[in-house]
Write a protein that binds this ligand. Structure first.
Ligand SMILES: [Zn+2]
Length: 305
C-alpha cells in the first residue's frame, strides 16, 4: 500500500472512531446494522458493520474495516472466552477454509499495514457493541485464525494490574477476557435497566456503571441476571458494602453509616434509600437479578456490618 492510500485508510477509520465516540458520549451502547449504515466518513459514504458474514471491507477501502462475533446464548456461559489464548490474545477464525479468500485477504491487509479495525461483539438481547481500535498482530494459517490485540481499546473501568504481565501470562489471559466482556455486558445491562440506576433511577449514562452482583474475580458471569445498572455513587457504595441489596430487591444501608450526620448527599443520596425497593428493574422477569447471587452478596454486606 502506498503512503497516500494508507493515510486515506487511516482518515476514514479515525472518522469512524470519532463517530462511535460521539454515539457513546450520548449514551448509545448497542448498535444495529441500520444504525451504522449510510455514514459519511472523510467524504465517503459507507457502513461500519458486515451484513452477511463476519468480515467487512467497504468498496472504498483496500483493507477490512470491521469484523463481528455473534452472541451465543446457549453456548458457553462466557461466550468469547474460549478463543483467548494463554498469551492473552484473542483468536478470530478466518472465513471458510481458504486463507486466501478475499475477506481473509482484507483482514491480512489490515494486519500488514497495522490499520486499526472495529470489532463488533454481540450483546445479550440483541445488537452489537463496538470495540475499537483493534489491531491484528499475527495469523496462524494452519489453524485458520488471526491473532487479535485489544490493548489499545480504552477501558477506563478496569485498573491495570501491578503484576508483571510477561512473568504472569495467565493474568494477562484473565485480563483480556474481562476486557472483552466489559462493553457488551455494559450494553446489555444498561438496556435492561432503561439506562437508569436501579437504586435511585438516575439517568445520566456517563455516570452509570454496569455492576456485577457476583464479582468477575469470583467467577461472576457477564450476563444480565448477574448485573445491576448503578450510578457511580451507588456502585461505589455497593462495592464498599455501605449499601446492600436483599434478595427481595430492597436496599439496606450499613447501620453505622445510617447514624452518621453529614450533608444532603449522605441524607438524600444514601440514608433515605434504606428500606426502599429498587426503583428500576428490567421489564422482563427473566432478566431480573438472580436472587441466589443477590443473597450471597447480601450476606457479605451483613458480615461487613
Ligand atoms: Zn443511584
Amino acid at each position: 500500500m502506498n503512503p497516500a492510500d494508507r493515510l486515506r485508510e487511516l482518515a476514514i477509520r479515525h472518522a469512524a472512531f470519532a463517530w462511535l465516540d460521539r454515539q457513546r458520549a450520548e449514551g448509545k451502547e448497542t448498535f444495529s446494522q441500520q444504525d451504522t449504515s449510510g455514514l459519511t466518513l472523510a467524504g465517503e459514504t459507507m457502513r461500519l458493520m458486515p451484513t452477511q458474514q463476519g468480515i467487512w471491507k467497504p468498496g472504498q477501502l483496500a483493507a477490512a474495516l470491521s469484523f463481528r462475533t455473534v452472541y451465543r446464548p446457549d453456548g458457553s456461559n462466557r461466550p468469547y472466552d474460549d478463543a483467548v489464548g494463554v498469551d492473552g490474545f484473542y483468536r478470530y477464525k478466518m472465513r471458510g477454509d481458504d486463507p486466501n479468500h478475499f475477506e481473509n485477504r482484507a483482514l491480512r491487509e489490515a494486519m500488514i499495514e497495522r490499520l486499526p479495525l472495529i470489532w463488533w461483539l454481540g450483546v445479550q438481547g440483541g445488537g452489537y457493541s463496538a470495540l475499537y481500535p483493534i489491531y491484528l498482530v499475527g495469523e496462524e494459517r494452519a489453524d485458520l485464525q488471526f491473532v487479535v490485540d485489544i490493548d489499545a481499546v480504552p477501558q477506563p473501568d478496569i485498573a491495570w494490574p501491578s503484576t508483571d504481565l510477561e512473568l504472569d501470562p495467565s493474568y494477562r489471559q484473565q485480563l483480556t477476557k474481562r476486557r472483552l466482556h466489559q462493553r457488551p455486558f455494559r450494553a446489555a445491562v444498561l438496556r435492561a435497566y432503561r439506562t437508569s440506576c436501579a437504586v435511585c433511577s438516575f439517568r445520566h449514562s456517563d455516570l452509570l456503571d454496569a455492576a456485577h452482583i457476583q464479582e468477575d474475580g469470583a467467577g461472576g458471569r457477564p450476563v444480565v441476571t448477574n448485573g445491576l445498572t448503578l450510578c457511580k455513587m451507588h456502585h461505589a457504595a455497593y462495592d464498599r458494602k455501605i449499601l446492600g441489596i436483599t434478595p427481595d430487591y430492597e436496599v439496606r444501608i450499613n447501620a453505622e453509616v445510617l447514624r452518621e450526620v453529614d450533608g444532603p448527599m449522605l441524607l438524600h443520596g444514601i440514608q433515605e434509600f434504606h428500606g426502599q425497593k429498587l426503583m428500576v428493574l428490567p421489564a422482563r422477569r427473566a432478566e431480573r437479578p438472580n436472587r441466589l447471587l443477590l443473597d450471597e452478596r447480601f450476606q457479605a454486606f451483613l458480615n461487613a456490618s
